[in-house]
Design a protein around this ligand. Structure first.
Ligand code: KMH
Ligand code: ZN
Length: 274
């Protein structure tokens, strides 16, 4: 089977130090967490950034500083800024990290509007998705297509036919968000069976669903994302001390299934970035 790409979503926008004190906020903490994940086997860092007090931000300068810090510690890692940001941010704010020079190699592209728990709505209209995709196309940024439900895959396929979303397509199936598809083997198999041949996919899932869903992806030839953004526990009632511990656990699962871990350059080849 293809080598396994591990993405570490080290920070997120919603999880806080009140949930797990090891969630990184400062530039130094973000660098340290990225390094721990990289040393454990992550080849992609999915990056949100925060102000020092933990407030999520899409500020370009803050991204620049955090990316510099990560690159200093892990020179060859792939950095994938979020363009999802946090609920309620404007599209203009959300896009800030893609306007960095040089542009990031990758960025996320969220593929539909959805409830996000309580009164929250994560807004990604068709026109927003087209605009984000075209802005990334201009800068040759490889998008990871964030699909929280099956209808989002259908939207991607539609925009691919219309020429807005380019091939080869790389999906991230995000499972178990309140308002999105459930984290169950049946639903993950449904998503995997819904993407065209020649596409790649990774899987992440919220909370206790993280490791069972990632294991299924690894078994089926998909890739894996873990990290504090999705889950703060190493095991039941055991808070993870770092993102590195979560990545180490994925590596142990991969070994069980005979999947070798991809280096960042191998990940670039698999994703057609090189
Ligand atoms: N924070 C969520 C509202 C992404 O990074 O592109 C959106 C999110 C997806 O995390
Ligand atoms: Zn994210």
């Amino acid at each position: 089977m293809e080598k396994l790409i591990i993405t570490a979503a080290i920070c997120g926008a919603e999880v806080t130090k009140e949930h797990n004190n090891n969630v990184p906020y400062t530039v130094d903490e973000i660098g340290r967490e990225a390094e721990a994940a990289y040393n454990a086997g992550a080849s992609i860092i999915h990056l949100h950034v925060r102000e020092d007090d933990g407030t999520p931000t899409q500020n370009k300068e803050r991204f620049r500083k955090c990316i510099e810090e990560v690159k200093k510690r892990c020179p060859d890692v792939i950095i994938q800024p979020s363009t999802g940001g946090a609920i309620g941010m404007t599209n203009e704010d959300r896009l800030q990290p893609i306007y960095l020079e040089p542009p990031p190699e990758m960025a996320t592209l969220d593929c539909g509007t959805m409830n996000f728990g309580g009164d929250e709505i994560f807004v990604n209209t068709e026109n927003t998705i087209i605009f984000f995709a075209e802005e990334m196309n201009k800068r040759n940024i490889k998008y990871e297509l964030e699909c929280f439900d099956k209808g989002m895959i259908d939207m991607v396929l539609r925009l691919n036919k219309k020429g807005h979303i380019k091939e080869p397509m790389h999906f991230n199936f995000v499972l178990g968000v309140i308002g999105g598809i459930s984290a169950s083997p049946r639903d993950l198999n449904f998503l995997i069976g819904s993407i065209p041949e020649g596409s790649t996919y990774t899987v992440c899932a919220v909370g206790r669903h993280e490791f069972p869903m990632v294991s299924l992806s690894i078994e089926k030839g998909g890739h894996a994302r873990v990290g504090f953004e999705d889950n703060i526990y190493l095991a039941k009632e055991v808070l993870a001390k770092s993102n590195g511990e979560l990545v180490e656990k994925v590596v142990r699962i991969a070994n069980k299934f005979g999947r070798v871990i991809a280096s960042p350059n191998e990940a670039r080849k698999i994703l057609s970035i090189l």
